[in-house]
Design a protein. Structure first.
Length: 343
């Protein structure tokens, strides 16, 4: 009987961090009064020379799991930045990309003036003439005894301190959807156009929802934009207790680029995995495999922290780590690549 090789797998996870601290207590902030606000962010500072970086190196660290595998004969295999093995990537025969031959990259302009931020706060129900700006997190912050409001680079959040979280029956989902739509339309936040709406539990107690969300994902040309939309939170009374979302002043198409084919996607993914390419324009859950079977490739748009809307492919599949006929690891795997060619 053939003995299985002993496997030693160490996982070293680098914690992802964003420059924006989206929730902070006011007393912990190094704030300055309204009249001394000097925002460090300006839409005019966005470079028109787009470099296709999804994850700026100076803004975020991409999580990566390193694998050390020690075989019974003492051979050590290390998966760090790259996959050192001969591996293959296969695509299911039924995968067909129904996408345009060319796609645009967009630039997003957001609120940048103090008066505009104050106007946004009043639109969503927070009336104030005083606001604070934290230079470290680049966030506008204000709160009183009942509500808190924050805004940073297009992202805003308003919430009630006492949200009346009770466990009992909610109003019908259709009621929540219509109420959320009406709220956003009345405030001029949700543009007429293409979007996807979903309802679900936002917070549960003993398996029962005490808060529900109605989420609106904005689409561009029929494709969902990750990071662009609104989330309305309701308590059991059907009261809106939190509103968060991304508000823009202008969406401008910069340039169109040819769309990548399935073959080009597979070739690029394999090259990046085998060479250990820096993960600023792509990502993958795990590179520790000998075979990856791709089961799904979907097009969507992604909002970068610099203020661009970029077409990307979301790739799903199953990967296997099989050495000398012994299957060590089988897992679901996902990856992300830019969907257009850089010409």
């Amino acid at each position: 009987m053939r003995k299985r090789s002993k496997i030693l797998v160490f996982a070293i996870t680098v914690i992802a961090c964003l420059v924006i601290c989206y929730s902070a207590y006011l007393e912990a902030l190094k704030s300055v009064p309204l009249q001394k606000i000097t925002s460090g962010y300006s839409t005019s500072a966005i470079s028109s020379d787009f470099n296709f970086q999804l994850y700026p190196p100076d803004k975020v660290i991409i999580p990566r799991v390193d694998y050390y595998i020690v075989l019974a004969n003492g051979t050590q295999i290390y998966f760090g930045a790259k996959n050192p093995l001969n591996f293959e990537i296969k695509v299911a025969s039924d995968i067909k990309l129904d996408v345009p031959k060319e796609l645009a990259v967009f630039k997003v302009n957001v609120l940048d003036d103090v008066d505009d931020v104050l106007d946004l706060a009043s639109k969503v129900g927070y009336m104030t003439d005083k606001i604070y700006y934290d230079n470290d997190t680049e966030t506008y912050v204000v709160h009183n005894s009942t509500h808190c409001f924050e805004y940073s680079r297009g992202l805003f959040r308003l919430w009630k301190i006492d949200r009346n979280e009770l466990v009992k029956g909610f109003p019908p989902d259709n009621f929540l959807i219509e109420r959320a739509k009406n709220f956003l339309y009345e405030k001029g936040l949700l543009p007429e156009g293409d979007y996807q709406c979903t309802v679900g539990a936002f917070k549960t107690v003993d398996g029962e929802p005490v808060l529900k969300h109605v989420s609106f994902a904005i689409n561009i040309n029929g494709f969902q934009v990750e990071g662009l939309g609104f989330n309305i939170i309701f308590n059991v009374e059907g009261e809106i207790v939190e509103v968060e979302g991304f508000t823009i002043t202008k969406l401008e198409a910069l340039k169109t680029y040819p769309t990548k084919t399935v073959e080009e996607v597979v070739g690029e993914l394999k090259e990046k995995i085998s060479t250990g390419a820096p993960r600023w324009d792509w990502r993958i859950d795990s590179i520790a495999f000998t075979t990856m079977n791709i089961t799904s490739i979907k097009l969507k748009y992604y909002r970068t922290i610099e203020g661009y809307i970029v077409p990307i492919y979301e790739i799903e599949g199953i990967s296997f780590l099989d050495i000398d006929g012994i299957n060590y690891i089988k897992r679901e795997n996902s990856a992300r690549l830019i969907a257009v060619k850089r010409v």
